[in-house]
Design a protein around this ligand. Structure first.
Ligand code: CUA
Length: 169
């Protein structure tokens, strides 16, 4: 009976199979490539990660400041800011028209629970957290209608939470 505990061959010296060594090398090479890709995407290509722009009070954000009057703001230099309030279960405004090619900075916040903001067929995809403003800049070169949807389950009518961005030529 007691032999069962000592009978197994336990290797005490570290033996690494040559194949395994090659896999370990490959893993390290891949990690270096991934790190390089993230660095290049972030610094050279200007990819953006949605950034928490500022902290706000979800109780008052929809009644004071820029989110009290959500929608599109145009600046003399041709840029736009777009303020969107999300709540169960809608975006405000739910339909926005923007010109083709214009640089649009999205500011999105929530007054209740966590939502998502994803514009179909684009890279715009942000988590919307109450108490925070999520910000992302984007321009649309193709005219058309882009649906934006909530991507974070937020309750019974989550699937009905969407809006439309119309890009006019
Ligand atoms: Cu809002 Cu799902």
């Amino acid at each position: 009976m007691s032999d069962e505990h000592t009978g197994g061959s336990v290797e005490t010296s570290m033996h690494i199979d040559p194949y395994e060594k090659n896999w370990m090398r490959l893993t390290i090479v891949l990690l270096v490539i991934f790190a390089a890709a993230v660095t290049i995407a972030g610094f050279a290509l200007g990819f953006q990660v949605p950034s928490p722009e500022e902290r706000v009070d979800p109780q008052t954000v929809a009644t004071e400041g820029p989110f009290a009057d959500p929608g599109l703001r145009e600046y003399p230099d041709g840029r736009y800011d777009l303020y969107i309030v999300s709540r169960m279960f809608s975006f405000s405004p739910a339909e926005v028209t923007v010109p083709t090619g214009a640089e649009i900075t999205f500011y999105v916040t929530s007054v209740d629970v966590q939502h998502g903001f994803k514009i179909q067929n684009t890279n715009v995809n942000m988590q919307i957290v109450p108490g925070q403003v999520s910000k992302l800049t984007m321009s649309f070169d193709e005219p058309g209608t882009y649906d934006f949807i909530c991507t974070e389950y937020c309750g019974s009518a989550h699937a009905q939470m969407y809006g439309r961005l119309i890009v006019e030529g």
